[in-house]
Design a protein around this ligand. Structure first.
Ligand code: FUC
Length: 792
């Protein structure tokens, strides 16, 4: 019977199905939603990430000694701190004066010395030792088999994105793992024909103690606060076993399984970040879950997860040969062959990671989402506000996961008190501001090194997400809630912009263009500090424009609105350099790194909305030249950003080339985590958003289907994607041409759809009018329209 199967994957499915009646054979569509491997993970970046927005598990699938990395999204060391530096404000007038005189080098010297945060800041990436803190691993759960069944001839390790369940199968064993969306616990199911004898422990590199007894293994401790003599965050993790047979006992620091054929391990965690009664919470979660059968735990989890995951479907066509390759082979081959379903898999994986690393009432996903395997996570696993945290949220709205914007909204609102102190202390300014690095302790001061830490538009950029969420939801109650925060961000700039002497434009000063540097004119002296970087101008312009529009919608603050509108006119316009590219700075400085990973001055193209093919084609052309100069390389997230840029430019084949660059072993690990390197999740989310941008755009006042379709995806369909105005849309195309479009108004409103130029006949259903290459429909919530398009 086995011989009937031509490839290992189908064969392994059969083995899994045979062993465990709970697991039904996957359909083709579901197989397409699988990451799979034929060997255990040898490094963490091969392990499979599971999460429910709060707790995380990453099993390595080892048969004799399995290590499962544990996480809790709130587990941060450090503590709130006063990061005021009284010298900064004292030196600010001099720094500004030097910038106005064109002495950026001297301004920078003063900045290095005085315009930095008080204290150690992020400790140059050693946050675990200072009050800034660091996102940390919770530890590891280790299953040590006494007499392991290491027959790995049919080894199959997989992640099923349609269920958020990972599994490890062999001929005789089957393990399943998930982080329950319904019961808020981690679940590990071990099954073995032969019987399991194993010792199970929970460990952590530091600051933990474990006890066993009362039917539980308990690990607890407190992290460093960064302040001597003061404890930081407390956590507790618990593990219990529900065996079908055999025996389980708890001794010393271990749980011991003897002759067990099926057992469910239930893991819970809590910290005092969100629960003062974290010890009781971790216990009650465990006790509630252990009353349920494995079948019920699993089905409850799958149902809850699917409520979000199944909102969107995407198919980009198949490459039959590639479909039968394991994930590592597909990744290696993606640059050389067209494997459209792998691109679709990557898109779905991004949605999966987003759903798994965000819970609407907790923290936003950090630099690593919620997955970390060390105490000192790279860049402290923090919230970087000059691209990274924002990129993590790019797919949220279009992928129909709007409620997952909430943690970012709450995080931003919570920055305001600290940001108000920062604005006053450093700039003697009104309102609030945030710079480049932040954490759950609301750090808003400049970073410890001005070359990257001086940008003060971090808060302004966060406010762009407020507005985007509004555009997609049209929820004016929510808009009224965030309006004061947007207004406060405006107040900061209104009171801190200065007039530059040449054109009398109003500019931010001091600042940088993240994290690039340039040569002082006529010299080889490299500096980063400047005034009015293009990105700052764009962020401030959008912030003022959006806030002014919000004030109109909320019918409030007429005179403040006038102030915003008149100030916008005095911001520097975009400038195209003699070389045809968009200028990154006020002057056409020569950049020290022409291929620098940040392409901050194209913020206005994406994620911003100031540069567009219809309104500013000449600036789009300048963006194209800018990207040509910058090149197609860069860190993972930089490549991901460039997919979005090229999609907005409308060049699908070039966007696809960047997707190939991103989906290469250089920028993507075997578990499809994005590689900066090291692992940084922003590239996953930026890549997902990039694919969405290739298929659907709605930022320019109308909805455009397939605005940047590459030749490699001639057929496909999607459904459930969202547009601005709160429409839910589907699209089907063949031979690169749209055949059918549907739109359902989730909120009442008028929707305008750009018709493709090749349409010769359009059949409509619902209340649609066609004119001037556009379809327009005014719909009440719940109403739908459909367009069937015949191409020439
Ligand atoms: C920004 C980037 C780096 C890195 C860091 C976490 O500062 O310039 O490349 O992604 O964030």
């Amino acid at each position: 019977m086995v011989m009937l199967f031509t490839n290992k994957k189908s064969f392994s499915f059969l083995v899994c199905c045979g062993l465990c009646s709970l697991i039904s054979c996957s359909t083709d569509q579901e197989k397409n939603l699988q990451l799979w491997y034929t060997t255990p993970a040898t490094v963490w970046e091969e392990t499979l990430p599971l999460g429910n927005g709060r707790l995380g598990l990453m099993p390595d699938g080892n048969l004799s000694r399995e290590v499962i990395v544990l996480n809790d999204i709130t587990l941060w060391s450090g503590s709130p701190q006063d990061a005021v530096n009284p010298m900064a404000q004292k030196y600010l007038p001099r720094i500004r004066q030097l910038l106005l005189e064109g002495r950026n080098d001297l301004a920078q010297e003063l900045m290095y010395e005085h315009f930095i945060c008080g204290g150690a800041g992020s400790g140059y990436g050693t946050g675990s030792k200072v009050p800034f803190g660091c996102y940390q691993t919770l530890g590891s759960l280790i299953i040590e088999y006494r007499d392991p069944d290491t027959d790995s001839s049919l080894y199959y390790r997989s992640m099923d994105l349609s269920r958020a369940v990972a599994s490890t199968c062999t001929k005789n064993t089957k393990n399943e793992y998930f982080c329950s969306f319904s019961d808020d616990v981690g679940v590990i199911r071990l099954e073995s024909k032969k019987g399991i004898d194993a010792v199970i422990r929970m460990v952590r590199p530091e600051r933990y103690e474990t006890t066993a007894g009362d039917g539980q293994l308990v690990m607890k401790g407190s992290l460093g606060s960064g302040v001597q003599g003061k404890d930081g965050m407390c956590y507790m993790a618990r593990l219990t076993a529900v065996p079908a047979d055999g025996s389980v006992c708890y001794r010393g620091d271990s749980m011991v399984l003897e002759n067990v054929h099926k057992v469910t391990l239930i893991f819970s965690t809590a910290t005092d970040y969100y629960a003062t009664n974290y010890e009781a919470l971790s216990d009650s979660l465990l006790q509630t879950a252990r009353q349920k059968s494995y079948r019920d735990l699993r089905s409850g989890h799958v149902r809850a997860y699917r409520e979000r995951f199944n909102r969107v479907a995407l198919s980009l066509g198949k490459n039959n040969k590639s479909d039968e390759q394991n994930t590592i082979k597909r990744l290696k081959a993606f640059g050389r062959t067209d494997d459209p379903s792998f691109a679709a898999l990557y898109f779905h994986y991004g949605r999966y990671l987003l759903i798994s690393s965000v819970r609407p009432d907790l923290l936003p996903p950090n630099l690593q989402g919620l997955w970390a395997n060390t105490i000192q996570t790279p860049w402290n696993g923090d919230y970087h506000l000059n691209i990274n945290l924002q990129m993590n949220h790019w797919p949220v709205e279009v992928c129909n996961l709007s409620e997952l914007h909430r943690p970012l909204v709450e995080f931003t609102k919570a920055l305001v008190p600290s940001g108000t102190v920062t604005a006053r202390a450093f700039y003697n300014a009104d309102g609030w501001t945030a710079h480049v690095i932040s954490n759950p302790w609301h750090f808003t001061a400049p970073g410890e090194h001005p070359s990257w830490g001086a940008t003060n538009t971090g808060g302004g950029w966060l406010c762009q997400h407020f507005w985007t969420h509004y555009l997609y939801t049209k929820d004016s109650t929510y808009l009224a809630e965030v309006y004061p925060v947007m207004k406060g961000a405006c107040e900061f700039f209104l009171s801190s912009l200065i007039e530059e002497p040449t054109h009398r434009w109003l500019v931010t000063a001091p600042t940088t263009s993240p994290e690039n540097a340039f040569y002082m004119p006529g010299s080889e002296t490299a500096v980063s500090v400047c005034m009015g970087s293009t990105m700052d101008n764009q962020i401030v312009r959008e912030l003022f424009t959006n806030t002014s529009q919000a004030a109109v919608l909320l019918n409030t603050d007429a005179s403040f609105r006038d102030r915003l509108d008149s100030t916008v006119k005095r911001l520097p316009p975009h400038r195209v350099a003699p070389g045809g590219y968009l200028q990154e700075w006020l002057e056409d400085y020569r950049e020290t790194e022409p291929h620098h990973r940040h392409v901050s001055h194209l913020y206005g193209l994406h994620p911003g909305r100031q540069i567009s093919r219809t309104r500013t084609p000449e600036l789009v052309e300048a963006c194209r030249k800018t990207l040509e100069r910058r090149g197609d390389g860069g860190t993972g997230w930089s490549r991901a950003w460039k997919i979005n840029f090229w999609a907005r430019i409308g060049d699908g084949n070039r966007a696809y080339r960047l997707l190939k660059n991103l989906l290469s072993p250089e920028s993507t690990y075997p578990n499809l985590f994005c590689a900066h390197p090291p692992f940084q999740i922003d590239g996953n989310f930026g890549g997902t958003s990039g694919i969405a941008e290739m298929l659907l755009q709605s930022h320019d006042g109308f909805i455009e289907f397939l605005p940047a379709l590459p030749d490699a995806w001639p057929e496909g369909k999607f459904s459930g994607l969202k547009t601005e105005g709160n429409g839910e849309v589907s699209c089907q195309w063949e031979k690169g041409r749209i055949r059918e479009i549907t739109l359902r108004a989730v909120a009442t409103g008028t929707f305008t759809i750009k018709l493709p130029p090749y349409a010769v006949d359009i059949k409509t259903k619902g209340n649609v009018s066609l004119s001037n290459g556009m379809a327009a429909a005014t719909l009440r919530a719940g109403e739908k329209i459909r367009l069937r398009i015949k191409a020439d």
